[in-house]
Design a protein around this ligand. Structure first.
Ligand code: EPU
Length: 422
């Protein structure tokens, strides 16, 4: 298991390219199961979750080729409709194959995802959606078995806005008979890209970028190519890395409008931003310090839950006390005790943390527990005095493309040590 050894204190400086969005790739890859032919996905990030999804698709009979961020997926010879536990347990997004397989082949057998590092992450909305589309759903020996001769259009209202359930039901509805209306649909940019891709394939979808999607089913979809959007969470993480080290960096290949909430909060914290069409420069003007800024996560375009841990790390060095509340995942605070090991002063109260800013963080050994928690520890390590060892960074490799190379190019001192202790 690899670890990072970080010598903190270097202000980050320079330019950095944002990679393609992990969570968009994880939605558009299974969408190719809806057609038969070769699909080319440009700007695909080289992260482990993408490799896991590729292996799962290979297992279903999809042929793949992946180099230079171009992923080719040929869906002409699907030989299986089963997503085994070995794949699904590694990555919950595997459940995205349910809708496309069921809709195209009338059958899907997908392992139930099980627990998650930071608490419950149910998939009831995915299953209720499939049932309303006419599927028979059975749970057997840890598997969801979904069957339907032909899905049919329906009205689905989600009580909770869910990225995954919206994506799954949207994909399934494209090949259903008749019209499906999804209300309280997720409006995250990853869902909009998925809908745009499905439309390119020949799907009939109205209401993009709104919380009501209307899908008129078609008989078949054709293979198509798509270019992924930039990763808004990687972008936000890098901006905080620069701010936390009092550096000055420029993000390139970024979509600023996807991270307006983060940019607004960053400005409140005292940074200077120069935002252009596809780039963002971040810096602190001389003499300015990190101001405490409260944050509450919410669905898009709110402040993303996937930036909560990184913001918490940032606020550890603010001049005063702040409060960060997660309204999406009420238990997503595994990073808090680890940040406290680095000298932070954070107290957890239900789904909030109260962060009393400290003058400095001090290097120590800390443990990654999930993807964004790991990112927050790397940020803290970059700003801390002395050496920080971040153990179990395989979590980070799931979703950040060669993050240490990007950070080293910006002047960070960070080394990957292979085969390290637990
Ligand atoms: N929910 C239900 N029932 C469901 C599905 C969701 O109650 O059937 C609830 C969840 O418990 C949560 C809320 O709905 O409280 C939102 O969850 P959502 O379904 O939107 O999350 P997801 O689709 O499982 C995606 C991202 C996550 C990100 C969330 C929220 C992917 C592959 N994953 O997960 O990304 O945190 O949306 O924005 O797109 C990450 O990248 O680190 C990550 C965890």
């Amino acid at each position: 298991m690899d670890k990072f050894v970080i010598t903190g204190g270097n202000p980050l400086k320079g330019n950095v390219q944002v990679s393609g969005a992990k969570n968009a790739a994880l939605a558009i890859m299974p969408a190719t199961l809806l057609n038969s032919g070769e699909n080319i996905l440009y700007n695909t990030p080289e992260v482990n979750d993408v490799y896991t999804m590729t292996k799962l698709l290979n297992n279903l009979g999809v042929e793949s080729e992946f180099s230079d961020f171009v992923l080719k997926l040929n869906t002409s010879n699907i030989t299986s409709q089963t997503a085994p536990y070995e794949h699904v347990k590694k990555m919950r997004a595997s459940v995205y194959v349910l809708g496309p397989l069921l809709s195209r082949f009338g059958y899907a057998k997908v392992s139930l995802p099980g627990g998650c590092a930071w608490g419950p992450r149910p998939i009831n909305l995915h299953l209720e959606g499939m049932k309303k589309l006419g599927a028979e759903i059975e749970l057997d020996e840890g598997y969801i078995i979904a069957k339907a001769k032909k899905l049919h259009g329906t009205r689905i209202h989600f009580d909770v806005s869910s990225v995954g359930a919206t994506g799954n039901v949207l994909m399934a509805a494209t090949l259903a008979k008749g019209t499906t209306v999804i209300s309280n649909a997720a409006v995250e940019p990853e869902i909009t890209l998925l809908a745009e891709y499905l439309i390119k394939m020949g799907a009939k979808i109205n209401g993009l970028n709104t919380s009501v999607l209307e899908i008129e089913g078609v008989d078949e979809l054709r293979s198509e190519n798509v270019t992924n959007i930039p990763d808004r969470i990687e972008a936000g993480t890098l901006l905080i890395a620069a701010a936390m080290t009092y550096g000055k960096i420029t993000l390139e290949n970024v979509e600023p409008k996807h991270i307006d909430a983060v940019l607004g909060k960053l400005e409140d914290s005292g940074v200077k931003l120069i935002v252009q069409d596809k780039s963002i420069e971040v810096s602190f003007e001389n003499g300015n310090f990190i101001k405490p800024v409260d944050v509450q996560t919410s669905i898009y375009p709110g402040f993303p839950t996937d930036m909560q841990a990184q913001w918490t790390a940032y606020m550890c060095l603010a001049e005063g006390t702040s409060m960060v509340t997660d309204t999406i995942y009420l238990d997503r605070f595994k990073h808090v005790p680890e940040l406290n090991r680095l000298g932070a002063d954070i107290e957890t109260r239900e789904n909030s943390v109260i962060i009393k800013g400290v003058k400095k963080l001090k290097g120590a050994k800390v443990m990654s527990t999930d993807l964004r928690a790991s990112a927050s520890l790397v940020l803290a390590g970059l700003a801390a005095h002395g050496t920080t060892e971040v153990l179990r960074i395989y979590h980070l490799d799931r979703g950040y493309q060669r993050i240490e190379e990007k950070l080293i190019n910006l002047g960070a001192q960070i080394e990957r040590v292979a085969g390290a202790e637990f």
